[in-house]
Design a protein around this ligand. Structure first.
Ligand code: ADP
Ligand code: MG
Length: 320
């Protein structure tokens, strides 16, 4: 199968979305901006062995490749509009492509967005997606707006993806049903797109958790030139993770990564508005700490004691 047949068979679909003047098939996609909106654009690449395991089902991989990109739009409060897909494939595997495109399009359809272009080449498996979204001019949520006194929140649960990874690594074991549950969290993250949009005008800053809570919250602190305290024992987690020993629970919650939840800050006067955003988007949120003027991140336990463990966020360039 040639490159063009492959694109036609697996990636060209009915072009009907409003605002897409030209989708797949020309040298460029042509998109019409909605008046009064700004574009938000983000790219994430997935490399086999580093961002996903070869054991993942192609359909789940298609989902995840788009989900991690939509999570970036969510963190900025953007409404998704379109995506492009750059694929390097070791060979043309029709069953793999059918599964991958099925997972990708199911999530794209759920968010009403269209695949408008891309590139396909032979090479080691590599998936790079660019998403385009919109937000009313000046309303995008950024990492830089946190102020001393703001509350810190996180959506959903943290740590399940890391727990699943530890099972794959063989460092812990879980009963089958529990493993399937955390494996689903790792392979099928649900980007918090509705929550992100509901938080426009409410949150003072936001980031999505891809590399672990400590590291990603650290980006907010750095860009906002503030510090923070986190109540480690308030971190929301699944029943599966809650049943694990405290040290593992804390490590997965604080430094796990691959969660794709939103961490955001908001002034204490906005607590009711945060609650409304949570309800509107049917997404649970938990208050887990405070922004402070003193630089650095302090991890507090239930008694308010400072924990001294050294939690370093997962770092792609660290040898591990
Ligand atoms: P060019 O050589 O001009 O870059 P290509 O021949 O690579 O264009 O691609 C032809 C058309 O197919 C373009 O519109 C491109 O955006 C689209 N395309 C290529 N690969 C993909 C893909 N994996 N998914 C979606 N569209 C693709
Ligand atoms: Mg090309």
């Amino acid at each position: 199968m040639g490159e063009f047949d492959l694109i036609k068979q697996f990636f060209v679909r009915e072009q009907g979305q409003s605002g897409v003047v030209m989708g797949i098939g020309d040298d460029c996609a042509v998109l019409a901006p909605t008046p009064g909106m700004q574009w938000l654009i983000s790219t994430d690449m997935l490399v086999e062995g580093r961002h996903f395991l070869s054991t993942v089902a192609p359909e789940r991989l298609g989902h995840k490749a788009l989900a991690v990109n939509l999570s970036d739009l969510a963190a900025c409060g953007a409404k998704p509009r379109a995506l492009t897909l750059a694929l390097a494939l070791p060979r043309t595997d029709a069953a793999w492509l059918a599964g991958f495109s099925k997972g990708l399009f199911a999530l794209a359809d759920a968010h009403g967005i269209q695949l408008v272009g891309g590139d396909t080449t032979q090479g080691p498996l590599n998936i790079s997606i660019t998403v385009m979204g919109e937000a009313p001019a000046g309303t995008a949520l950024l990492r830089s707006g946190a102020k001393p006194g703001d509350d810190i929140y996180v959506s959903g649960n943290l740590g399940d993806a890391r727990l699943a990874l530890e099972v794959f690594r063989g460092s812990i074991g879980l009963p089958g049903e529990q493993f399937e549950q955390v494996r689903w969290a790792m392979e099928c993250p649900q980007p918090r797109v509705a929550l992100g949009q509901a938080l426009r005008g409410v949150a003072s800053s936001a980031v999505d958790v891809s590399d672990g809570l400590i590291g990603d919250l650290g980006h907010i602190l750095q860009r906002s030139a503030v510090g923070a305290s986190l109540d480690v024992d308030l971190l929301p987690c699944s029943a599966v993770l809650a049943a694990q020993p405290q040290a593992l629970r804390r490590e997965c919650g604080l430094a796990g990564g691959d969660d794709y939840e939103l961490v955001f800050t908001a002034a204490p006067e906005r607590r009711a508005a945060v609650q409304r955003a949570s309800e509107q988007s049917a997404t649970p949120v938990t208050r887990i700490g405070r922004v402070e003027a003193a630089p650095g991140l302090r991890l507090l336990d239930q008694e308010g004691q400072v924990l001294l463990q050294d939690f370093s966020s997962f770092d792609h360039f660290k040898s591990s």
